[in-house]
Design a protein around this ligand. Structure first.
Ligand code: ARG
Length: 472
């Protein structure tokens, strides 16, 4: 038999019988999802081979037919593997390509594969098979970034920097504490991904178009064959459920927001005004005009990419909102958003992982920026320890800061008698308060900045990261 080859044949019609004419050209352009769903082919082939085995178990295919279909699908996979992409293929989607090629390979027996199956449960299955893998790959990239930040934090344990609120210097903190504050959110993202994976890990196949399958398909066996942990329980819900995609997109958007915040820190801290941090040459770019420039492009691009991650989530929720019961073609929009978010993070996460590893902190600049004003709270706490109510102490120290400011000094530069002129509660030992290191060491509560608390935090972090990565 002279088999038509991809690109030279007419489109394989899945549903031609009821119709007289072909699709309008303009409609074909709208209808076609092949350029997007192309990457599902290995999963669709896998799902189809499992379905053939299921049909055989159900007595719908003879052993011989099932074998021919299986061998045909293997050949289809080889053909698809050899193709650079979907360009030039006439088919509307990847499922149509695979069925067309199967019939080209096997003749009419290939036409038996779609028995009891609809593209509705078929696409849901292929997408979830793809999704489970994509989630695991995403998780590995996220974990690599979290580890990179933690490594940098370990290196930076003995640097004390200002902690900020309102981007104003607030209280001194170890640089490691700041870095870890950007890594914990990624652990939460990993935990979320674990939950999305569990949600995605449900077999749709067997739900048919909407009402289930009339043949005696053993869905439990199908699930085991395809590596799904569970079988879906309601065929209507099964063909229309894209909740896992929305939750994956939320995870990607949340990660995008976390990355954007880290990126913003890097932009600010590597500015010449701050000068706290320097990104490696491999992650910065120069200007075509201004020779002095060292632009933190890795951080700006990351911050920028978070926009599309948020957009994809909003887009998907908007597609889902208002859908009537059952499968609706709107659902075809699910893949572009998910692929885009996953692809975006596949580029952004490794770049940020490298950028963090390349980061150097400038001790001298950080120390110079750290005035004694950030110790104002410690000064109030000093008075509290001498029995003065905090609200009063706060007021007294506020006055001290103003006195110092009026004479162009830092509070630590005031003499004891100047301080006592504001309030008699200060004694000789007050000058010990003006030490950022002492301030850091005084906050020994769990989650605080003292050395032992920081060590405990590192341990907790390692444990939490391991746990988040261990499942599913
Ligand atoms: N290409 C479609 C998708 O990506 C699957 C087709 C289901 N189409 C249908 N008319 N029932 O979702």
């Amino acid at each position: 038999m002279d088999k038509p080859r991809p690109g030279d044949g007419a489109a394989h019609a899945l549903w031609g019988g009821r119709f007289k004419g072909g699709l309008a050209g303009e409609m074909e352009a709208l209808n076609r999802s092949l350029d997007i769903d192309w990457r599902l082919w290995p999963h669709d082939v896998r799902g189809s081979r499992a379905w053939a085995r299921g049909l055989e178990r159900a007595g719908i295919l003879t052993r011989q037919e099932a074998r021919r279909i299986d061998a045909g699908l293997a050949k289809v996979a080889t053909r698809l593997e050899a193709l650079p992409g979907p360009a030039g293929l006439p088919d509307e989607d990847i499922h149509t390509v695979i069925e067309r090629m199967l019939i080209e390979e096997t003749g009419s027996v290939g036409g038996k594969l779609h028995t009891g199956r609809s593209r509705n449960d078929q696409v849901a299955t292929a997408f979830r098979l793809w999704g489970k893998r994509a989630i695991l790959a995403l998780r590995d990239r996220l974990a690599a970034l979290a580890e990179s930040i933690a490594r940098k934090a370990r290196e930076s344990r003995d640097i004390v920097m200002p902690g900020f609120t309102h981007l104003q210097q607030a209280q001194p903190v170890p640089a490691a504490h700041w870095l870890l504050s950007r890594a914990w959110p990624l652990v939460r993202d990993l935990e979320h991904l674990g939950a999305v994976h569990r949600e995605c890990d449900v077999l749709p196949l067997g739900a048919g178009a909407v009402a289930g399958c009339p043949f005696e398909i053993d869905r439990e066996a199908l699930a085991a064959d395809l590596g799904f942990s569970r079988v879906s329980e309601n065929s209507i819900d099964t063909v229309s459920d894209r909740d896992w995609t929305a939750r994956l997109l939320f995870g990607a958007a949340m990660t995008g927001v976390h990355l954007s915040q880290l990126a913003e820190d890097l932009v600010v801290f590597s500015s010449s005004e701050f000068g706290f941090a320097r990104l490696g040459d491999g992650y910065t770019t120069g200007s075509s005009l201004m020779p002095q420039k060292r632009n933190p492009d890795v951080a700006e691009l990351t911050r920028g990419k978070s926009g599309r991650l948020v957009g994809n989530l909003v887009g998907m929720l908007t597609v889902l909102k208002g859908l009537p019961t059952g499968y609706n073609r709107d659902l075809q929009e699910d893949k572009e958003a998910v692929f885009d978010s996953v692809d975006t993070l596949a580029v952004v996460l490794p770049a940020m992982t490298g950028a963090v590893a390349s980061l150097t902190l400038d001790r001298a600049r950080i120390a110079a920026a750290l005035g004694t004003r950030v110790l104002a709270t410690d000064l109030a706490d000093y008075l509290v320890r001498r029995g003065i109510p905090f609200r009063e102490a706060h007021h007294i120290v506020g006055e001290l800061v103003r006195v110092a400011e009026d004479s162009g000094r830092e509070p630590g530069q005031l003499a004891l008698d100047e301080m006592n002129a504001v309030h008699p509660g200060f004694a000789e030992d007050v000058h010990a308060v003006f030490d950022p290191e002492a301030s850091v060491q005084s906050r020994a509560v769990r989650g605080g900045t003292a050395a032992a608390a920081l060590e405990a935090q590192f341990e907790a972090f390692t444990g939490a990261l391991e746990e988040a990565v261990a499942g599913p």
